[in-house]
Design a protein around this ligand. Structure first.
Ligand code: HEM
Length: 432
């Protein structure tokens, strides 16, 4: 560490003790440290080492605004499982070029085309729901968001759709666990975790090759809206096309980043709404009258009070990086705490209350509302996810009356990618 470094204060407990506290309940532990040391503090944790947590909107904004040669993502280890061309693995100019190429997939015209796919998937899934029985909504939300990504992003139908539905969820679950450990230097055989993972990947690659082959032979390719079709037709600034490996790595990246996160946010929406019957009645009346104002506000509020990704990491790349009164040295890990910022009473008064009205006639301030992170690494699928939540909830409330619940709030449980409701968002419904 350079002598110029100036870090915020933090607990002096030994690393192992801090690690144990973080393991008991990360969210509560962070709240406690924040209360004691203020909005920025330094932690020392096993595996992560020394890291600085930021939760003041102005400090997080400075971090997000830092150029890639000032601070970069630390998520690049996800590239080990998603492939070296995954957006998570790329940094600097290659990352910028890739985002430029893929951003048009999420423009207004394409999003409108995806709405039809989403509504159909949601209607089909909800038609299987039992009436007047309590069941968890989470598995249904996982199926809807998986099918939506396979259709809207992969452009998959028929046999390929079926096979991807079987191979991808267990492959991604295993991959997200393996992303935490290095790829072994020797071969442990096909039944070892890495052996099984590479098996899934081989099968995935074969299916993607078939999808690419079919798309290239499709005379209607130019009129298709799915992301694979866009990738095949797009060109970098030097006019070169995306390679087959780039396409395969980016498709799986979109699935890994967008499937469970969106499903979990939808499950939280169901968990929250049934515990706020008056709001639920207003929401249904509003939708029946053809207005989506309260629905939009509800989606924003779910993402505020139940952020499924509650932290995002950066590492200092410049010799030093100044944020607020601190000077961080090269290599320092910085954490933008989405969870702490969204729970900050000085930013969101009565922050513990689920209150969509705070976003009525007032769009979220991008410096304060950051469920999708920020800066050049901000979630590329943010508009897609927000729209998907809106369409799925609209369809649900059109077809079903959700029974109010008096049971206590569900806790937070860490799944493979996201923080989910601990009982899977238990719900009771009746057809309208
Ligand atoms: C409610 C659902 C979602 C949430 C809460 C969410 C949240 C996030 C967050 C917090 C990040 C990190 C941002 C940062 O470090 O500043 C991220 C990155 C990313 N997300 Fe999402 N996401 C969601 C849905 C999606 C969807 C639907 C897709 C794609 C179809 C997607 C694709 C990505 C990708 C590719 C990245 C990496 C971006 C980069 O490194 O440049 N996400 N997301």
């Amino acid at each position: 560490m350079t002598t110029a470094a100036k870090l915020p204060p933090g607990p002096r407990l030994p690393r192992a003790v801090q690690g144990l506290l973080a393991l008991t309940d990360r969210r509560i532990a962070l709240q406690m440290v924040r209360r004691r040391y203020g909005s920025a503090f330094t932690l020392d944790l096993p595996i992560f080492g020394q890291l600085v947590v930021l939760s003041d909107p102005s400090h997080i904004r400075q971090l997000f605004r830092a150029p890639p040669d000032g601070a970069e993502t630390t998520d690049t280890n996800l590239g080990r499982v998603m492939g070296p061309n995954s957006m998570f693995a790329l940094t600097g100019d290659r990352h910028r070029a890739q985002r430029k190429l893929l951003t048009p997939s999420f423009n207004g015209r394409r999003l409108a085309a995806y709405e039809t796919i989403i509504e159909r998937e949601a209607t089909d899934e909800f038609s299987t729901w039992p009436q007047d029985q309590t069941f968890p909504a989470m598995p249904s939300m996982m199926r809807i968001t998986l099918n939506v990504i396979l259709r809207a992003v992969f452009g998959a139908e028929g046999q390929e759709l079926e096979r991807l539905r079987e191979v991808l969820p267990p492959g991604i679950k295993l991959g997200s666990m393996l992303s935490l450990v290095p790829v072994p230097q020797w071969d442990w055989g096909r039944w070892s975790p890495w052996g099984r993972f590479f098996g899934y990947r081989r099968e995935y690659d074969t299916i993607v090759d078939r999808l690419i082959e079919k798309a290239r032979a499709d005379p209607g390719l130019g009129a298709r809206d799915d992301m694979l079709a866009l990738m095949l037709q797009s060109r970098y600034e030097d006019d070169s096309p995306m390679t087959r490996d780039e396409i395969a790595d980016e498709l799986i990246t979109m699935l890994a980043a967008g499937h469970e996160t969106t499903a979990t946010s939808l499950a939280w929406a169901v968990e929250r709404l049934q515990r706020h019957p008056q709001l639920l009645d207003r929401l249904v009346a509003d939708l029946d009258a053809g207005s989506e104002e309260l629905l939009n506000a509800t989606v924003f509020e779910v993402l505020r009070c139940r952020p499924v990704i509650d932290t995002t990491f950066r590492q200092v790349k410049a010799p030093t990086l100044e944020i607020g009164p601190w000077t961080f040295p090269e290599g320092q890990t910085l954490v933008a705490s989405i969870g702490l910022l969204h729970a900050d009473e000085s930013v969101f008064p009565d922050a513990g209350r689920f209150d969509p009205d705070r976003f009525i006639s007032r769009r979220p301030d991008p410096a304060e509302w950051i469920p999708y992170g920020g800066g050049v690494r901000r979630c590329i699928g943010a508009a897609f996810a927000t729209m998907e939540m809106r369409v799925v909830l609209r369809t649900l409330l059109r077809d079903y009356a959700i029974r109010p619940s008096k049971t206590r709030d569900e806790g937070w449980k860490s799944r493979s990618v996201a923080l989910a409701p601990s009982r899977g968002a238990l719900v009771r419904v009746r057809r309208r």
